[in-house]
Design a binder for this molecule. Sequence first.
Ligand SMILES: [Zn+2]
Length: 370
Amino acid sequence: MRSSIIPMTLIVDAHADIAYNMLKYGRDYTNAAAETRRLEAGTANVLENEDTLLGWPDYQRGHVAVVFSTLYATPVRWHTGANNLQVYKTFDEAHQHYHDQLLIYHRLTDSTPDKFRLIASVRDLNLILDHWMNPLYESGHPVGMVVLMEGAEGIRSLSELEEWYELGVRLIGPAWVGTRYSGGWKEPGPLTNDGRKLLSAMVDYNFTLDLSHMDEQAALEALDIYRGPIVGTHGNCLSLMPNSNSNRHFSDRILEGIIERDGVVGIVPFNSYLKVGWTVGKNKREEVSLRHVVNHIDHICQIAGDALHAGIGSDFDGGFGLQSVPPEIDTVADLQNLVSLLQARGYSETDVVNVLGGNWITRLKRDLPK
Ligand SMILES: [Zn+2]
Protein backbone atom coordinates (compact mmCIF):
# COMPACT_ATOMS: atom_id res chain seq x y z
CA MET A 1 0.00 0.00 0.00
CA ARG A 2 2.84 2.36 0.77
CA SER A 3 5.45 1.11 -1.64
CA SER A 4 4.91 3.78 -4.29
CA ILE A 5 5.58 6.57 -1.81
CA ILE A 6 8.92 7.52 -0.29
CA PRO A 7 8.62 5.94 3.14
CA MET A 8 7.02 8.17 5.72
CA THR A 9 7.16 11.58 4.19
CA LEU A 10 4.37 12.79 6.42
CA ILE A 11 2.16 15.54 5.12
CA VAL A 12 0.68 18.30 7.22
CA ASP A 13 -2.19 20.07 5.47
CA ALA A 14 -2.63 23.46 7.10
CA HIS A 15 -6.14 24.14 5.85
CA ALA A 16 -9.32 22.15 5.26
CA ASP A 17 -12.94 23.16 5.93
CA ILE A 18 -13.86 19.72 7.27
CA ALA A 19 -16.68 20.67 9.67
CA TYR A 20 -18.19 23.17 7.22
CA ASN A 21 -18.46 20.44 4.58
CA MET A 22 -19.87 17.95 7.06
CA LEU A 23 -22.62 20.34 8.13
CA LYS A 24 -23.31 22.08 4.83
CA TYR A 25 -22.99 19.17 2.41
CA GLY A 26 -23.37 16.16 4.69
CA ARG A 27 -19.97 14.83 3.70
CA ASP A 28 -18.68 11.88 5.69
CA TYR A 29 -14.92 12.12 5.71
CA THR A 30 -14.46 8.67 7.16
CA ASN A 31 -15.32 7.57 3.60
CA ALA A 32 -12.87 7.63 0.72
CA ALA A 33 -13.16 10.58 -1.67
CA ALA A 34 -14.21 8.11 -4.38
CA GLU A 35 -17.10 6.91 -2.24
CA THR A 36 -18.29 10.46 -1.49
CA ARG A 37 -18.12 11.27 -5.21
CA ARG A 38 -20.22 8.22 -5.99
CA LEU A 39 -22.81 9.22 -3.38
CA GLU A 40 -22.92 12.85 -4.56
CA ALA A 41 -22.90 12.23 -8.32
CA GLY A 42 -25.36 14.56 -10.02
CA THR A 43 -26.26 16.44 -6.82
CA ALA A 44 -26.19 20.14 -6.00
CA ASN A 45 -23.18 19.52 -3.76
CA VAL A 46 -21.02 18.94 -6.81
CA LEU A 47 -22.41 21.96 -8.65
CA GLU A 48 -21.62 24.18 -5.67
CA ASN A 49 -18.45 22.69 -4.23
CA GLU A 50 -17.20 20.32 -6.98
CA ASP A 51 -16.08 16.74 -6.33
CA THR A 52 -14.44 16.13 -2.97
CA LEU A 53 -10.70 15.66 -2.69
CA LEU A 54 -10.73 14.39 0.89
CA GLY A 55 -11.41 11.23 2.86
CA TRP A 56 -9.77 9.20 5.60
CA PRO A 57 -8.56 6.41 3.29
CA ASP A 58 -6.98 9.09 1.08
CA TYR A 59 -5.29 10.68 4.08
CA GLN A 60 -3.86 7.21 4.80
CA ARG A 61 -2.57 6.66 1.28
CA GLY A 62 -1.01 10.13 1.22
CA HIS A 63 0.44 9.93 4.74
CA VAL A 64 -1.47 13.06 5.71
CA ALA A 65 -0.97 12.88 9.46
CA VAL A 66 -2.18 16.32 10.54
CA VAL A 67 -4.85 18.63 9.15
CA PHE A 68 -5.59 22.15 10.34
CA SER A 69 -9.35 21.82 10.51
CA THR A 70 -11.29 25.04 10.25
CA LEU A 71 -14.27 26.70 11.80
CA TYR A 72 -15.71 28.74 8.96
CA ALA A 73 -19.09 30.21 8.03
CA THR A 74 -20.07 32.60 5.22
CA PRO A 75 -21.34 36.13 5.88
CA VAL A 76 -24.69 36.46 4.11
CA ARG A 77 -23.56 39.32 1.87
CA TRP A 78 -21.13 36.94 0.12
CA HIS A 79 -23.41 33.94 0.10
CA THR A 80 -24.20 32.38 -3.29
CA GLY A 81 -26.01 29.21 -4.26
CA ALA A 82 -29.17 27.57 -3.00
CA ASN A 83 -27.71 25.88 0.08
CA ASN A 84 -28.36 28.27 2.96
CA LEU A 85 -26.56 26.30 5.67
CA GLN A 86 -23.53 27.76 7.49
CA VAL A 87 -24.40 31.31 6.47
CA TYR A 88 -24.68 34.11 9.04
CA LYS A 89 -26.28 37.52 9.29
CA THR A 90 -25.39 38.40 12.87
CA PHE A 91 -22.48 37.75 15.19
CA ASP A 92 -24.76 35.52 17.27
CA GLU A 93 -25.44 33.39 14.20
CA ALA A 94 -21.71 33.27 13.40
CA HIS A 95 -21.04 32.19 16.95
CA GLN A 96 -23.63 29.43 16.66
CA HIS A 97 -22.17 28.04 13.42
CA TYR A 98 -18.58 28.14 14.67
CA HIS A 99 -19.65 26.48 17.91
CA ASP A 100 -21.60 23.76 16.06
CA GLN A 101 -18.55 23.07 13.91
CA LEU A 102 -16.29 22.78 16.92
CA LEU A 103 -18.71 20.30 18.49
CA ILE A 104 -18.70 18.33 15.23
CA TYR A 105 -14.92 17.92 15.60
CA HIS A 106 -15.38 16.73 19.17
CA ARG A 107 -18.08 14.29 18.09
CA LEU A 108 -16.05 12.99 15.14
CA THR A 109 -12.92 12.44 17.19
CA ASP A 110 -14.84 10.92 20.13
CA SER A 111 -16.76 8.51 17.90
CA THR A 112 -13.92 7.48 15.57
CA PRO A 113 -10.64 7.98 17.47
CA ASP A 114 -9.03 5.35 15.26
CA LYS A 115 -9.57 7.74 12.31
CA PHE A 116 -9.50 11.31 13.66
CA ARG A 117 -8.16 12.83 16.89
CA LEU A 118 -7.94 16.40 18.11
CA ILE A 119 -4.52 17.91 18.67
CA ALA A 120 -4.54 20.59 21.35
CA SER A 121 -1.09 20.06 22.87
CA VAL A 122 2.40 18.88 22.00
CA ARG A 123 1.57 15.68 23.83
CA ASP A 124 -1.43 15.08 21.53
CA LEU A 125 0.77 15.79 18.51
CA ASN A 126 3.50 13.41 19.63
CA LEU A 127 0.97 10.61 20.18
CA ILE A 128 -0.24 11.06 16.58
CA LEU A 129 3.27 11.20 15.14
CA ASP A 130 4.38 8.14 17.13
CA HIS A 131 1.35 6.27 15.82
CA TRP A 132 2.22 7.15 12.22
CA MET A 133 5.84 6.10 12.68
CA ASN A 134 4.88 2.74 14.15
CA PRO A 135 4.67 0.07 11.42
CA LEU A 136 2.79 -2.28 13.75
CA TYR A 137 -0.41 -0.29 13.25
CA GLU A 138 -1.30 -1.93 9.98
CA SER A 139 -4.95 -0.89 9.88
CA GLY A 140 -4.08 2.78 9.61
CA HIS A 141 -3.44 5.86 11.67
CA PRO A 142 -5.55 8.60 13.22
CA VAL A 143 -5.39 11.95 11.43
CA GLY A 144 -4.65 14.71 13.93
CA MET A 145 -6.89 17.77 13.73
CA VAL A 146 -5.62 21.16 14.88
CA VAL A 147 -8.57 23.56 15.11
CA LEU A 148 -8.23 26.85 13.23
CA MET A 149 -10.88 29.55 13.39
CA GLU A 150 -11.11 31.32 10.04
CA GLY A 151 -12.89 34.67 9.93
CA ALA A 152 -13.15 35.09 13.72
CA GLU A 153 -16.65 36.56 13.76
CA GLY A 154 -17.69 33.64 15.96
CA ILE A 155 -15.88 35.52 18.73
CA ARG A 156 -18.56 37.89 20.02
CA SER A 157 -16.53 39.26 22.89
CA LEU A 158 -12.96 38.84 24.04
CA SER A 159 -14.13 37.09 27.19
CA GLU A 160 -15.09 34.16 24.94
CA LEU A 161 -11.47 33.51 23.96
CA GLU A 162 -10.99 31.37 27.04
CA GLU A 163 -13.85 29.07 26.08
CA TRP A 164 -12.68 28.74 22.48
CA TYR A 165 -9.23 27.89 23.79
CA GLU A 166 -10.54 25.36 26.29
CA LEU A 167 -12.53 23.67 23.50
CA GLY A 168 -9.37 23.28 21.44
CA VAL A 169 -9.02 26.26 19.06
CA ARG A 170 -5.32 26.95 18.57
CA LEU A 171 -5.13 29.28 15.56
CA ILE A 172 -7.22 32.31 14.65
CA GLY A 173 -7.44 34.16 11.35
CA PRO A 174 -9.21 37.51 11.89
CA ALA A 175 -10.31 37.88 8.25
CA TRP A 176 -12.08 36.06 5.46
CA VAL A 177 -13.62 38.91 3.57
CA GLY A 178 -13.51 42.01 5.70
CA THR A 179 -14.70 41.32 9.25
CA ARG A 180 -15.39 43.38 12.34
CA TYR A 181 -11.72 42.68 13.17
CA SER A 182 -9.83 43.20 9.95
CA GLY A 183 -9.84 44.29 6.34
CA GLY A 184 -9.81 41.17 4.20
CA TRP A 185 -10.23 39.47 0.86
CA LYS A 186 -12.40 41.58 -1.51
CA GLU A 187 -12.99 44.05 1.35
CA PRO A 188 -9.65 45.72 1.97
CA GLY A 189 -8.79 47.85 4.94
CA PRO A 190 -6.77 48.05 8.13
CA LEU A 191 -7.14 46.24 11.41
CA THR A 192 -10.09 47.70 13.27
CA ASN A 193 -9.94 48.75 16.89
CA ASP A 194 -11.72 45.51 17.75
CA GLY A 195 -9.05 43.70 15.75
CA ARG A 196 -6.25 45.33 17.72
CA LYS A 197 -7.96 44.37 20.96
CA LEU A 198 -8.44 40.82 19.68
CA LEU A 199 -4.71 40.49 18.96
CA SER A 200 -3.70 41.78 22.36
CA ALA A 201 -6.10 39.30 24.01
CA MET A 202 -5.01 36.39 21.79
CA VAL A 203 -1.44 36.61 22.99
CA ASP A 204 -2.51 35.67 26.53
CA TYR A 205 -3.31 32.19 25.19
CA ASN A 206 -0.47 32.11 22.67
CA PHE A 207 -2.98 31.62 19.85
CA THR A 208 -1.25 31.40 16.50
CA LEU A 209 -2.29 34.29 14.25
CA ASP A 210 -3.16 33.29 10.68
CA LEU A 211 -2.59 36.17 8.23
CA SER A 212 -4.44 34.38 5.39
CA HIS A 213 -7.22 36.50 3.88
CA MET A 214 -6.06 39.64 5.71
CA ASP A 215 -5.61 42.70 3.55
CA GLU A 216 -1.95 43.69 3.27
CA GLN A 217 -2.46 46.83 5.33
CA ALA A 218 -4.00 44.86 8.19
CA ALA A 219 -1.44 42.05 7.92
CA LEU A 220 1.49 44.49 8.08
CA GLU A 221 0.13 46.09 11.23
CA ALA A 222 -0.54 42.65 12.73
CA LEU A 223 3.08 41.68 12.03
CA ASP A 224 4.11 44.81 13.93
CA ILE A 225 1.91 44.43 16.97
CA TYR A 226 1.19 40.73 17.49
CA ARG A 227 3.60 39.18 19.98
CA GLY A 228 2.47 35.54 19.57
CA PRO A 229 3.25 33.11 16.72
CA ILE A 230 2.33 34.16 13.16
CA VAL A 231 1.75 31.98 10.07
CA GLY A 232 -0.12 32.01 6.77
CA THR A 233 -2.03 28.73 6.62
CA HIS A 234 -3.27 29.01 3.03
CA GLY A 235 -2.14 31.60 0.53
CA ASN A 236 0.06 31.85 -2.54
CA CYS A 237 2.70 34.34 -3.67
CA LEU A 238 1.37 37.57 -5.18
CA SER A 239 4.58 38.19 -7.11
CA LEU A 240 3.96 34.95 -9.08
CA MET A 241 0.39 36.10 -9.78
CA PRO A 242 1.03 39.50 -11.39
CA ASN A 243 -2.11 41.34 -12.49
CA SER A 244 -4.29 38.97 -10.51
CA ASN A 245 -5.80 42.05 -8.96
CA SER A 246 -6.48 40.11 -5.77
CA ASN A 247 -5.43 40.76 -2.19
CA ARG A 248 -5.92 37.05 -1.46
CA HIS A 249 -2.24 36.34 -2.23
CA PHE A 250 0.70 37.22 0.02
CA SER A 251 2.91 40.10 -1.11
CA ASP A 252 6.66 39.66 -0.70
CA ARG A 253 6.55 42.12 2.23
CA ILE A 254 4.11 39.86 4.04
CA LEU A 255 6.09 36.73 3.17
CA GLU A 256 9.24 38.41 4.50
CA GLY A 257 7.38 39.37 7.67
CA ILE A 258 6.15 35.81 8.26
CA ILE A 259 9.65 34.42 7.62
CA GLU A 260 11.18 37.01 9.96
CA ARG A 261 8.82 35.79 12.66
CA ASP A 262 9.90 32.23 11.87
CA GLY A 263 6.44 31.32 10.59
CA VAL A 264 5.34 29.04 7.77
CA VAL A 265 3.22 29.67 4.65
CA GLY A 266 0.93 26.94 3.28
CA ILE A 267 0.69 26.92 -0.51
CA VAL A 268 -2.75 26.25 -2.04
CA PRO A 269 -2.97 23.87 -5.04
CA PHE A 270 -6.01 25.67 -6.46
CA ASN A 271 -5.77 26.43 -10.17
CA SER A 272 -7.28 29.92 -9.86
CA TYR A 273 -4.53 30.75 -7.36
CA LEU A 274 -1.82 29.29 -9.59
CA LYS A 275 -2.66 30.76 -12.99
CA VAL A 276 -4.12 34.25 -13.31
CA GLY A 277 -7.58 34.13 -14.85
CA TRP A 278 -8.00 30.36 -14.62
CA THR A 279 -11.71 29.69 -14.24
CA VAL A 280 -13.47 26.38 -13.79
CA GLY A 281 -15.66 25.51 -16.75
CA LYS A 282 -13.74 27.91 -18.98
CA ASN A 283 -10.18 26.67 -18.64
CA LYS A 284 -8.83 23.13 -18.70
CA ARG A 285 -7.23 21.53 -15.66
CA GLU A 286 -4.25 20.68 -17.85
CA GLU A 287 -3.36 24.37 -18.19
CA VAL A 288 -2.00 24.21 -14.66
CA SER A 289 0.45 21.72 -13.20
CA LEU A 290 1.73 20.74 -9.80
CA ARG A 291 4.93 22.43 -10.98
CA HIS A 292 3.14 25.73 -10.41
CA VAL A 293 2.75 24.71 -6.77
CA VAL A 294 6.49 24.01 -6.65
CA ASN A 295 7.09 27.51 -8.09
CA HIS A 296 5.26 29.06 -5.15
CA ILE A 297 7.05 26.86 -2.64
CA ASP A 298 10.35 27.75 -4.29
CA HIS A 299 9.56 31.47 -4.19
CA ILE A 300 9.18 31.33 -0.41
CA CYS A 301 12.36 29.28 -0.09
CA GLN A 302 14.24 31.82 -2.25
CA ILE A 303 13.09 34.71 -0.05
CA ALA A 304 13.92 32.77 3.12
CA GLY A 305 17.23 31.40 1.89
CA ASP A 306 16.22 27.98 3.19
CA ALA A 307 13.39 25.43 2.98
CA LEU A 308 12.15 25.96 6.52
CA HIS A 309 9.21 28.30 5.90
CA ALA A 310 7.17 26.74 3.10
CA GLY A 311 4.45 24.16 3.55
CA ILE A 312 1.09 23.03 2.21
CA GLY A 313 -2.32 24.50 3.04
CA SER A 314 -4.53 22.77 0.51
CA ASP A 315 -7.89 24.42 1.24
CA PHE A 316 -9.32 21.33 -0.51
CA ASP A 317 -13.14 21.27 -0.52
CA GLY A 318 -13.08 24.94 0.49
CA GLY A 319 -15.26 26.10 -2.40
CA PHE A 320 -13.45 24.01 -4.99
CA GLY A 321 -12.64 20.36 -5.61
CA LEU A 322 -11.37 17.93 -8.21
CA GLN A 323 -12.41 20.11 -11.15
CA SER A 324 -10.14 22.98 -10.02
CA VAL A 325 -6.85 21.37 -9.05
CA PRO A 326 -3.82 20.42 -11.16
CA PRO A 327 -4.32 17.20 -13.13
CA GLU A 328 -1.69 15.34 -11.09
CA ILE A 329 -4.10 15.46 -8.16
CA ASP A 330 -7.03 13.06 -7.92
CA THR A 331 -7.27 13.21 -4.13
CA VAL A 332 -5.30 14.72 -1.27
CA ALA A 333 -3.12 11.58 -1.34
CA ASP A 334 -1.54 12.82 -4.56
CA LEU A 335 0.11 15.73 -2.78
CA GLN A 336 2.86 13.11 -2.41
CA ASN A 337 3.62 13.81 -6.09
CA LEU A 338 5.29 16.99 -4.83
CA VAL A 339 8.13 14.82 -3.49
CA SER A 340 9.61 13.96 -6.89
CA LEU A 341 8.92 17.43 -8.30
CA LEU A 342 10.73 19.12 -5.42
CA GLN A 343 13.62 16.68 -5.74
CA ALA A 344 13.82 17.42 -9.46
CA ARG A 345 14.01 21.12 -8.54
CA GLY A 346 17.10 20.38 -6.45
CA TYR A 347 15.57 20.06 -3.01
CA SER A 348 17.27 17.57 -0.68
CA GLU A 349 15.38 14.80 1.04
CA THR A 350 15.47 16.79 4.28
CA ASP A 351 14.07 19.85 2.51
CA VAL A 352 11.26 17.80 1.01
CA VAL A 353 10.35 16.26 4.35
CA ASN A 354 10.25 19.74 5.87
CA VAL A 355 8.12 21.28 3.13
CA LEU A 356 5.59 18.45 3.09
CA GLY A 357 5.05 18.49 6.82
CA GLY A 358 8.16 18.98 8.94
CA ASN A 359 7.97 22.77 8.98
CA TRP A 360 4.42 22.79 10.32
CA ILE A 361 5.32 20.10 12.86
CA THR A 362 8.24 22.21 14.11
CA ARG A 363 5.89 25.19 14.66
CA LEU A 364 3.25 23.09 16.36
CA LYS A 365 5.89 21.71 18.73
CA ARG A 366 7.04 25.26 19.43
CA ASP A 367 3.62 26.89 19.75
CA LEU A 368 1.18 24.38 21.23
CA PRO A 369 0.97 24.03 25.00
CA LYS A 370 3.05 21.12 26.32
ZN1 LIG B 1 -9.72 30.57 3.36
